[in-house]
Design a protein around this ligand. Structure first.
Ligand code: ZN
Length: 290
């Protein structure tokens, strides 16, 4: 089944909802980066959040970045989303390990550690807009909830989950963002305060065969779906773009690289692809400039 996001409302449009199934894109990220299960969970939860947050961007050129830096073995997480919910991202140490918590739960908070979360929205203005908060737990969902409260003044409930199988593939991944609009009435607020704290995890429900629509209907009685969006793991790097970046260094710099290293190897962190330019390629680039 294809990954999808639903954009919905409930409570007479006073509650804004995004819910997503991201199994395929998280699995693709895990394969590209060869992550350990706990690193897959940390990266996957962040990609899942970014896919939903990307859907709030208005223009095709708008870009949202979630940057998490912690003192744990993972080092950090960088994820980028556009307004079509195409996401890409990486962790600084894909091989990071951390003993599981009780009941075999992956210790994402432990592998991330203490640190900060920064969300930057580049909307083509003079300066990008960014908000930074300290990590609450490093479990990502709580940290994003805190970000929404502090930086966007929006009371939210965020759930993010990644279930990793024994063969390291992604068995389930998904989440939701539920946000109260200023006109939310007391009855819907108290309903959510009652239901959500003990609500089962998204991945356990997906694993039982429930859809994200089923999950929302377990929380609300009046869900209205407005749109379906298809998120993807997508990196826009290419050999041509890398070549342009090299050419922009100029003849002198390129000649120095050939002298010292013979070839140039440029690596895209987001999709873990290497672009190699051997001596012959480099001479062609230099020849084109002089
Ligand atoms: Zn790339």
């Amino acid at each position: 089944m294809q990954d999808y996001i639903i954009r919905a409302t409930a409570g007479n449009e006073s509650v804004r909802i995004f819910a997503v199934n991201t199994k395929n894109l998280v699995n693709k990220a895990a394969k590209l980066h060869k992550t350990t299960p706990v690193a897959t969970a940390a990266l996957g939860r962040t990609l899942t959040a970014a896919a939903m947050m990307g859907a709030t961007l208005k223009n095709d050129t708008d870009i949202l970045t979630i940057d998490i830096r912690g003192n744990g073995p993972l080092g950090g997480i960088v994820v980028v989303a556009d307004n079509k919910s195409r996401v890409k991202g990486y962790v600084l140490n894909p091989q990071a390990e951390m003993p599981n918590k009780a009941k075999g739960k992956l210790d994402v908070g432990g592998v991330v550690g203490i640190g900060v979360l920064t969300v930057t929205k580049d909307m083509g203005l003079k300066e990008p807009v960014s908000g930074q908060v300290e990590l609450v737990s490093g479990e990502i969902a709580e940290d994003i909830t805190y970000y929404f409260a502090v930086s966007e003044q929006t009371p939210s409930s965020v759930a993010l989950g990644v279930l990793v199988d024994v063969d390291y593939s992604v068995k389930q991944a998904g989440g939701y963002i539920i946000q109260l609009m200023p006109d939310a009435k007391e009855d819907i607020i108290s309903h959510l305060e009652k239901v959500l704290p003990t609500f089962p995890t998204v991945t356990s429900l997906l694993d039982e065969g429930k859809s994200i629509e089923d999950i929302l209907n377990m929380i609300f009685t009046d869900v209205v779906i407005h749109e379906t969006i298809y998120p993807k793991f997508y990196c826009n790097c290419s050999k041509e773009k890398t070549e342009k970046a090299l050419v922009s260094l100029g003849v002198d710099e390129l000649s120095k690289i050939v002298e010292e290293d013979k070839s140039a190897n440029l690596h895209c962190h987001f999709c873990n692809t290497s672009y190699n330019f051997d001596e012959e390629d480099m001479r062609v680039l230099i020849g084109g400039l002089s």
